[in-house]
Write a protein that binds this ligand. Sequence first.
Ligand code: ATP
Length: 515
Amino acid sequence: MAQQEDVFKKLVAHCKEYGFVFPSSEIYDGLGAVYDYGQNGVELKNNIKKYWWDAMVKLNDNVVGLDSAIFMHPTIWKASGHVDAFNDPLIDNKDSKKRYRADVLIEEQMAKFDDKIEKEINKAKKKFGDEFDEAKFRETNPNVLREQAKKDALHARFSKALNDNNLEELRQIIIDEEIVCPISGTKNWTEVRQFNLMFSTEMGSTADGAMKIYLRPETAQGIFVNFLNVQKTGRMKIPFGIAQIGKAFRNEIVARQFIFRMREFEQMEMQFFVRPGEEMKWFDYWKSFRLKWHKALGMGDENYQYHDHDKLAHYANAATDIEFRMPFGFKEVEGIHSRTDFDLSSHAKYSGKKIEYFDPELNKSYTPYVIETSIGVDRMFLSILAGAYKEEALEGGDTRVVLRLPAVLAPVKLAVLPLIKKDGLPEKAREIMNTMKLEFNCQYDEKDSIGKRYRRQDAIGTPFCVTVDHQTLEDNTVTVRYRDTMQQERINIDALHAMISKQVTGAELFKKLLE
Ligand code: ATP
């Protein structure tokens, strides 16, 4: 665990050193849980958004896009339930004065049981080697059974407390489980209180009578209130979806995990409108489509898992998360929810407008049901970097830090490097660069030894380096050096474009999604 925390620290440092992520307002000592994206970060982020947008909007003929405003009428948040119910249970440690989410403290306690089970299994694996039968071991080993039983009991108690909204019971669980504050090491806890996560501001001048409005905590509501606009103007037939990418804001209580939990972040959400009664079919469909989207990136299928929710939100009748193995354990990257007709019905009630769909096949009107897929751009960014960051030992005792980013997401696709700074090599390199940059994000670099330049490109995850040498001037060939294998190959400049294009455009990945 300590080793993994170490990796996480290195990753955060790497993000800063190579222009991926900076703390916001750094010269003023930063602003809690707010971050800026640097020159490489913004490229990676844009590529993630494009991969999502193209997979959702371009690939699915029945999904269209939207870009709604951040500011919305305040009654929207009353209708959506956020004013009354968008709360987290918080608890303070009286000695350290640190604030925690009570549910997160208990979830971390449950993860400890899993760690213990994992240790037992690894020990046994080593002991029994090829003979080892993990399923049987889980069913019969007394230590595993004991830890599993403890976890199950805690899980049942925790779920009940959450569903009953029982704050006293949440506190009691923390006391009974002897959970201590990681900073002070004490069990001196306050009561558990509810805390609303929405930021608010004022619109209009006070003299006119200012109106309290909220910074949206999710992009979804912008989609719901535009349901009729899009359906009618796009002549959309159910089932269909509306997708949107945009900023969301939450006044998170605990914000200590870099860009995992931010106060200003970005979401990519899609609401898919279906006939009532068909929502489970579509829930399963999107659950599987979304997991395929993640896995197509090639970060290792074993690093993803589904996690069903312990407590369903007030609007949902089914919900699952897609989790990724971060350096601090499996964590939610995306949520898939079956939201019933809650939002559209509620907006109809609060606005006094009829929000229904006339289904020509059934010859009747109804309020559609909704399946939502919701993923955080920043969390996706973190999961990709966490999966891609590698420190590798090389032959000859050297080491390198490399970001094994999927080529389609890499900030820079191609580096063009003249072997030396004379003999017409820089001019030739510039010439190659000028054609390639019409389509790919390229970098030109002539400073330092070629080895150092390769390392710099490895550190930002550039999949291809093209070196121009004297032979290039004679036979129009260059050396392509591949990031992952570090192998080099001589190819004709005319073949360069096709080779790179195949790797860095989404087409190959999209084929996998349609399989
Ligand atoms: P959590 O339980 O981690 O607080 P959530 O279940 O409240 O997350 P949702 O409301 O389902 O999250 O939001 C959908 C997605 O938006 C999440 O899967 C996550 O990727 C992203 N997200 C939510 N809150 C944040 C945040 N504070 N910072 C960054 N990303 C976030």
